[in-house]
Design a protein around this ligand. Structure first.
Ligand code: FES
Ligand SMILES: [Fe+2]
Length: 346
């Protein structure tokens, strides 16, 4: 199943206790369990004996014990039967790690590298879990264009009146799609403006790159003086992973980092962390909420009237098919056009 041949974050590290937890990844049921500090296991959620859900079992002596007849499995899936000690039982197991506030899994047969987090000088502010009732492509679409920001978002993005002046640029490699925008920002409440160090004439900048093994986007958000380039005091770098639970549901898992020039440890961010995280989480709630209201959640682009901001949608789909799902015959197109003003059309 090529689409799960990557490292996927699937569950909150802080919520995984010694109680086994069922999660879904691309329609497959997995059970996660913790056997000690930082030590986690992930198995297919089905006992090889008589197909009981292992997530109904319990952890004992570093093993996950099936509730039906008591067979027990370690993190590598090696099992034993108390009633027939010589019987060899083996449950399908996944590599599992506890990192950056999430439990990550990968098939043992895959040699995919763990996603690279370029976060030197950044403070890890939060790891957030949201769930969108939409397929993978449609969920990623929402996070790969900024035309929705004036009417969907509270904090990030642009104003409707300013949209014709928002510049957008696309760059691609065989395995990435980059989108860069800047323009006049939407109004921000005075307290947040002060906290982030945004002056009234600053413009909003966002620059993100989407990767496809697994499917995630890395966003830089900041405000700056359009003439001098002087930046706001705080920058955001968000790693947002799009993890399909099944064909119609996608987890949106956000690793939030900030860099600040305020004095103090971590640029004073720790003091304002609760407020910033609340605002960030609300922005993603708004994304997830708008996806809920789509009249048609089909990933097909045919029949849509796309705008100059939507070029990433097709570029992403090709890479999802080829890189993420492993379809070597999927076409590949590149983009390096700069679409500066509203009179550019697709
Ligand atoms: S079904 Fe799991 S031990 Fe029998
Ligand atoms: Fe959004």
């Amino acid at each position: 199943m090529a689409e799960i041949d990557h490292w996927h974050p699937v569950y909150s590290s802080s919520l995984l206790t010694d109680k086994p937890q069922l999660v879904q990844l691309a329609g497959k049921d997995l059970v996660l369990f913790r056997t000690g500090p930082g030590k986690v296991g992930a198995l297919t959620d089905q006992c090889p004996h008589r197909r009981m859900r292992l997530s109904a079992g319990f952890v004992e002596d570093g093993k996950l014990r099936c509730r039906y007849h008591g067979w027990a499995y370690n993190c590598e899936g090696q099992g034993e039967s108390p009633g027939t000690p010589k019987l060899h039982a083996c449950a399908e197991s996944f590599e599992a790690v506890d990192r950056l506030g999430a439990i990550w899994v990968k098939p043992r047969t895959s040699d995919a590298a763990f996603p690279h987090f370029n976060i030197d000088g950044y403070y890890h502010m939060c790891t957030l879990f949201h769930r969108a009732r939409a397929p993978l492509e449609v969920t990623a679409d929402n996070f790969c264009e900024i035309e929705h920001t004036p009417t969907t978002h509270a904090l990030f993005g642009y104003t409707l009146e300013g949209m014709p002046n928002v510049r957008v640029r696309f760059e691609t490699t065989d395995t990435t799609v980059r989108v860069v925008n800047h323009g006049p920002p939407k109004p921000i409440n005075p307290f947040l403006r002060f906290l982030l160090g945004i002056e009234s004439h600053y413009q909003f900048n966002d620059d993100w790159t989407t990767h496809f093994s697994p499917c995630y986007s890395v966003y830089d958000h900041w405000w700056s003086d359009p003439k001098t380039g002087k930046e706001s005091k705080v920058r955001w770098r968000l790693y947002i992973f799009f993890v399909p639970e099944d064909d119609g549901t996608t987890q949106v898992i956000t690793f939030g980092f900030t860099k600040s020039t305020w004095p103090g440890p971590c640029g004073g961010i720790r003091l304002a962390k609760w407020y910033l995280v609340k605002n960030l989480s609300h922005e993603i709630d708004l994304d997830v909420d708008i996806l809920e209201k789509l009249a048609d959640k089909s990933p097909q682009l045919e029949g849509m009237k796309l705008s100059r901001f939507d070029r990433a949608l097709g570029l992403n789909r090709e890479r999802i098919e080829r890189v993420y799902r492993g379809n070597k015959n999927a076409p590949i197109t590149h983009e390096s056009a700069t679409l500066t003003r509203a009179n550019s059309t697709v």
